[in-house]
Design a protein around this ligand. Structure first.
Ligand SMILES: [Zn+2]
Length: 281
């Protein structure tokens, strides 16, 4: 029997995935379920927050808040089974500066990333938009030896992906890949709930629901799971059908979807299945 050596070695190889969000909790919410699935299969996932989150609270701020959020991110990382890195840039003030682009190029190279995941460049939050620009601008540059010469370049451009959002202009999110995370949704929310200052303090304060946050730890996680549950959109359901088949796709209750960025490597279906070994299962 002819066995393709490249496909065997690819199956044996561990994948390296890096998710780059603007704030400590963005990676968790947009790709947390997928990250849990990768971690369970023994692959390496790193969550990166481009800012230290030092603006996201009503009664704390600055260094005090940054410390709280770093500790929360560390705990979330443990729960997800991923490495969590928080960059020392101020929350709400992120701009696409060259030194931050260089930091991102270093991180992608050091992680030897096969896949890089980030926000789309059109988003309500300036930090999300600028994170997207920083990451997009690292695509391709990660293989150029004369850029950031202190860190060896990657041999091939990773696949760059965008996380799902609800923004319609200039065009709505295109779910090229959709992962059924129904079986890990509870674990995702439990892991994300490590960001206590956000989910049980700051965000409820912003939307006026602070008095409805349950006091009991277990009740809180249940409450958060309800609040965070998003309907699977018709486009994402179509993508699930494509990757899982109709029967499995119709049973999915929660999904995470990704759009392929044109600036990274453009994978064909076969490569997508290798990069997302949980697809179809
Ligand atoms: Zn954010």
């Amino acid at each position: 029997m002819a066995v393709s050596i490249s496909s065997v070695s690819c199956q044996d190889q561990k994948l390296n995935i890096i998710v780059i969000g603007a704030h400590p909790d963005d990676c968790d919410l947009t790709a947390g379920g997928t990250a849990i699935k990768y971690a369970r299969l023994g692959h390496n996932v790193m969550f990166v927050s481009c800012t230290n989150g030092d603006a996201g609270h009503f009664s704390m701020g600055g260094g005090t808040l940054a410390k709280v959020r770093a500790a929360e991110a560390l705990e979330a990382g443990k729960r997800f089974g991923v490495t969590y890195k928080v960059l020392p840039n101020h929350d709400g003030e992120l701009t696409p500066e060259l030194h931050i682009r260089f930091d991102i190029i270093r991180l992608i190279r050091e992680w030897n990333a096969d896949i890089v995941i980030t926000h789309r460049p059109n988003d309500y939050h300036p930090d999300h938009r600028n994170t997207s620009i920083l990451v997009q601008d690292a695509a391709y540059m990660v293989v150029v030896p004369n850029i950031v010469p202190d860190t060896p370049p990657l041999k091939k451009n990773p696949v760059f992906l965008y996380v799902q959002d609800r923004f319609q202009k200039p065009y709505p999110f295109q779910p090229d890949i959709a992962i059924d995370i129904s079986d890990v949704y509870e674990q995702k929310i439990y892991a994300a709930s490590a960001h206590k200052s956000q989910f049980f303090e700051w965000l409820p304060w912003v939307d006026g629901s602070l008095d409805r946050v349950p006091k009991d730890e277990k009740e809180r996680v249940k409450w958060l799971a309800e609040r965070r549950k998003r309907e699977i959109t018709p486009a994402v359901r179509e993508s699930l059908i494509r990757w899982y088949g109709k029967e499995k796709a119709e049973k999915a209750t929660v999904a995470e979807a990704f759009e392929i960025c044109e600036y990274g490597r453009r994978p064909n279906d076969e490569e997508i299945k290798q990069l997302f070994p949980m697809l179809g299962k």
